[in-house]
Design a binder for this molecule. Structure first.
Ligand SMILES: [Zn+2]
Length: 247
């Protein structure tokens, strides 16, 4: 007997309801949800919960991460591998439903397939995140090397220059390029250095690129991009348009 696979998926997709059932308020922020992390002494919301397609949580301070099963296992003190059914029972209780079991025993292959699918999703989530960090790193460097923009941004506020430079150094602000080829090459080379594969899926999952008819391209061109959070948190760039005569 094993838990119905569809039910496992259904539970996974209810991560927001389950997290909130522990009294954790989740508020929308930069395309995801954010709340107080229950796994460390958190005062600023450090935990992100992503819905479709990831259904994952992650804390940017204590680095706890995973899906709804990992969340409940950690919260309730269960071992996710050996006590999976107990974890599922807790989730079923929270969601007011009962566990469904399939009659036949899950084969080793089927179990492996579920583990593989989970690993693939988590892997994509982490790589998309890395794309965001590298994107901001490159764009910050791009801004630093474009004096006209530095001048423009501090034109009326010379006193703000040091703060601007600090922000650039922390990769909190940058300049998206007109032609994103060098940016993509940079991200690709950093991935290769780490022995990781950069594919279309993780570029698109980062939210910064879109798949055009013939090639992948950046959503943002020739505009300032801002990371939403401090250096310890996920950096998802936002943009502001630059006046045409400044480009
Ligand atoms: Zn935490």
């Amino acid at each position: 007997m094993s838990i119905d696979k569809r039910q496992i998926e259904e539970f996974r997709e209810r991560i927001v309801d389950v997290v909130q059932s522990y009294g954790i308020e989740l508020k929308p922020k930069a395309g995801t949800l954010e709340g107080i992390c229950p796994f460390h002494d958190d005062h600023n919301p450090s935990m992100r919960v992503e819905e479709d397609p990831f259904y994952q949580f992650r804390c940017w301070v204590c680095h706890q991460a995973g899906d709804v099963f990992d969340f409940v296992a950690k919260r309730e003190g269960y071992d996710i591998e050996s006590e999976f059914v107990s974890v599922a029972e807790v989730i079923a209780g929270i969601l007011g439903t009962e566990l469904k079991f399939t009659g036949k025993k899950q084969t080793v292959d089927e179990k492996q397939k579920i583990v593989n699918e989970k690993t693939i999703m988590e892997d994509l989530f982490h790589r998309a995140d890395m794309v965001r960090h590298l994107y901001m790193e490159w764009c910050s460097k791009n801004l630093m090397e474009t004096p006209a923009h530095l001048e423009y941004m501090t034109n009326d506020r010379p006193s703000g220059r040091s703060r601007l430079l600090e922000s650039i150094e922390a990769h909190l602000i940058g300049l998206a390029p007109d032609d994103d080829r060098r940016l993509r090459d940079f991200i690709k080379s950093r991935f290769e250095e780490l022995g990781l594969k950069l594919n279309t899926a993780c570029l698109v999952a980062s939210g910064l690129f879109t798949k055009g008819t013939d090639r992948i391209k950046s959503w943002y061109k020739n505009c300032y991009v801002y990371a939403q959070h401090d250096r310890y948190s996920q950096q998802k760039p936002e943009t502001s348009d630059i006046e045409k005569d400044q480009s």
